[in-house]
Design a binder for this molecule. Structure first.
Ligand SMILES: [Zn+2]
Length: 260
């Protein structure tokens, strides 16, 4: 369920929704930690402590993983904001979110919205959404060179428990020709795709990022993000940083990694 809980808010939401959120801020109570402001109404001190502790831990590990801590800081007025609604119903109504969704992110404004006791929030949704924000800050917002599978691959990479054992399953599908190649991943419309295809999209996205990080290491991935930010050319970044001659060359190397 968690994979469906994510929703990257693209431009229209980035422009308009934060204003609605800000207008409500007066009725919220606020808790702060080094990199986060948490807005809530009825959370207990223990729930807030657990949330800020987990959020700070996620921030540190994701920033370390992507080399983000070397060139950006989320402090003072630049802290990310987490809004915790009292219930699932209130959250869905206030955010106009999908009823199956447990959380959502407005990456450009560094805002995450969820509700108290949302299932999987601390261990899956929060790290997933934080990774979206940090990755977008690294590669640039609305960077047309970054496909959705790369955004979701980076975010699902934080959910190691959910995706740790998907490689064998994907290999079996690949052997039967029942997988999505890069072109198909780029074409897939998640809104109209069926559940199996959505699952396959997230599984493959995870393994594409896992392939790059586990085979070539973190430093190469950081260089790859910076190259994408500077040149806005996916095939060019894969060539310059990883020496893949083309997107097809990259795809074949990924398939070999899955099948071996
Ligand atoms: Zn996501």
């Amino acid at each position: 369920m968690l994979r469906l809980a994510c929703r990257i808010a693209w431009l229209p939401a980035i422009l308009f929704l934060p204003l609605a959120v800000l207008a409500q801020e007066r009725s919220w109570q606020e808790a702060r930690s080094t990199h986060f402001k948490v807005f809530y109404k009825n959370a207990t001190p223990a729930e807030l402590e657990e949330l800020t502790h987990k959020a700070e831990g996620c921030y540190d590990s994701i920033a370390e993983q992507f080399g983000f801590n070397r060139f950006n800081f989320w402090t003072w007025d630049n802290r990310a904001r987490i809004y915790l609604y009292d219930s699932h119903d209130e959250y869905v109504q206030a955010t106009r979110g999908y009823s199956w969704s447990g959380g959502q992110v407005m990456a450009g404004s560094k805002i995450i919205q969820s509700y108290v006791k949302a299932p999987g929030f601390l261990h899956s949704i929060l790290p997933h959404e934080l990774a979206h924000i940090i990755f977008m800050e690294m590669v640039g917002f609305n960077n047309p060179a970054v496909p959705l599978w790369l955004h979701e691959g980076v975010a699902t990479y934080q959910e190691k428990n959910t995706y740790s054992s998907v490689k064998a399953e994907l290999a079996a599908k690949m052997r039967k020709g029942e997988y999505l190649d890069l072109d198909a991943l780029n074409r897939l419309d998640l809104r109209s795709a069926d559940r199996d295809q959505v699952d396959l999209f997230y599984t493959e996205s995870y393994t594409l990022v896992k392939f790059l990080i586990s085979e070539f290491g973190k430093d190469f991935f950081v260089s790859f993000c910076r190259d994408l930010r500077d040149y806005r050319d996916l095939a060019g970044s894969l060539r310059r940083v990883y020496s893949f001659k083309s997107l097809r060359d990259f795809q074949e190397a990924w398939k070999k990694y899955i099948l071996r």
